[in-house]
Design a protein. Sequence first.
Length: 648
Amino acid sequence: MPVKVSVIVPVYNPGIYIEDCISSLQRQSLPPDEYEAIFVDDGSTDETPARLDRLAAEDPRMRVIHQENSGWSGKPRNVGIEAARGEFVMFVDNDDYLGDEALERMYDYGVANGADVVVGKMAGKNRGVPVELFRRNHPRATVENAPLIDSLTPHKMFRREFLDRIGLRFPEGRRRLEDHVFVTEAYLRAGNVSVLSDYVCYYHIRRDDASNAGFQRFDPVGYFKNLREALDVVERYTEPGPVRDRLFRRWLRVEMVERLRARRLLALPDDYRRELFAEIHKVVVERFGPGVAAGLQPTQQVVAALTAADRYDDVVAFAEWEAGVAPKATPTGVEWRDGSLRVGFTAEYAAAREPMTFPKDAARTPLADTPKNVEEAVAWVGAETAARFEQATADLLLRERTSSAQYFQPVEFTREAIPAGDGEQVRLVLRATATVDPAGLPGTGVWDAVVRVKLGGWTKECRLGPLPNSLRPDAYAGVIGGRAVLPYWTEPHRNLSLDTAVKGKRIGLGTVRRTDVTVSGTRLGVRLPLHAADGTEVRLRFTSSRRTLHADATLTGEAEGPGTRLEATLPAVLPRGIWRVSLTLDPEAAEPRWTGLPFALRAGGGGMLVVPIPGPSGARKLLGRARRVLGAARRRVAPVVNGIKGRR
């Protein structure tokens, strides 16, 4: 069988961080004979070379190439390309890992769309990844119709024939931004680029020791020398005009302006940030025409203008003001409706923890001249933000807590300018309602609600919360796709999260009272604190000391208030005795998960009664009490014994 994908992994002293990478490659859903992994060891000095040799000996899909240290990732990747047998090559860093179906999904998507480059959705664990690019699938993406230029890391799938045909390889040697040069040329020369956004293909990891190459402080002179090479690629394959300006804007925004903003700049030592500023100033003056900065957001335009004017002190002062600006998202309601969770919230920006205000009836005015001082810059940003309010947006993302995978949820919102102060100022507030379908979230886990606000010169995120005192903190679990899903408020911050693997007491069935239970003949009815679609099928289990019986049941929405009503036909004959009742929300599962209900049924004597769950017998109570007393005695003795040992 021909190899479909060759995964190329440059390796240098990853230590234990390579294990997740290896495991993810071994778990791929693509058949074993249809992919290979090529680890190019770039002169590692730790235990990794021996680890890789053992791996290759055990697993025929894994290959290892050892070479002398080249100083950076370019040469190992090029060596991997030359050794690859696959129709496509996929680049993975040694401390990152893939989703289990990544290779299969990306390959199939690329073939279906005739793509030379396939960009798979990324999740960043403690590091940033593109967000807007992965809002939806782009089967035929270009630098003009999609924000491709936001994603310049090499962690993509490339058609091998395409790379060979245009002679594209990574720059080699100890340098920075070799991936920008490679990926930019690939985007501009590819017949088609496809973006797969409905599955997380690549997990981009920041190590606990923060030793990833991309997080090390760089030499500004060398860094921006390498950045100019990426700009050279753009100039080589585009004409002067709006497209080239838009592409250049990416480097101005991400690699320059964003490094000179707010806390990111202020966290640097003064001598280093002066050196950084000086090199950025040179590139801005040398390479960017007025059309590049003009397309930035207002705050970014200010920083770019001050940088071009070589006004370092004003850039720092503007950063100090901007460091106090942050979004605030306040919940207004959370409720189940028609199988989905409706989440209402408001969002606005705050400065120094107070709601920001903006001039009323402001009009847009281009930043024709560099602001005379920071006060003038702040005033222009405020007026421009208010004038652009019709472009402001709010999004709700659900971010899985363990993997950092995130998905946009459908949102409807309105914009409202609320009078503030003397009436000449307004607050700019977004009122939004998101519709969350938990069935669309892959796997099970805890998902944190994150609000993303675009307003004026800022695109920032914050958690949805805290829960205001005016809202009830409790929320029913919902039964979605055979599993319980619980919206809840975290402690102590009271932010909204969604548990799609909730079980046991947290489902909330312990609040069922005996008055919520009715028995009529062989019919059992129970009012449950759950949300479920009418006709949802569940199953009951009845257990006594000697046997177990089962019965099918259905859930129906209550006519009055939230919750559902469970209806079931009891087993034809329940022998005399006390029967405990348990419920499973997934009756078709091979091993159903049972949750006990806080009541029991007493059968016999010509009828059925609802009774409390029987407590332990007298003997069991005495045994439990003795165990508690013995445990307390051991806890009292332990410190004394430990003290004696310590004096020996």
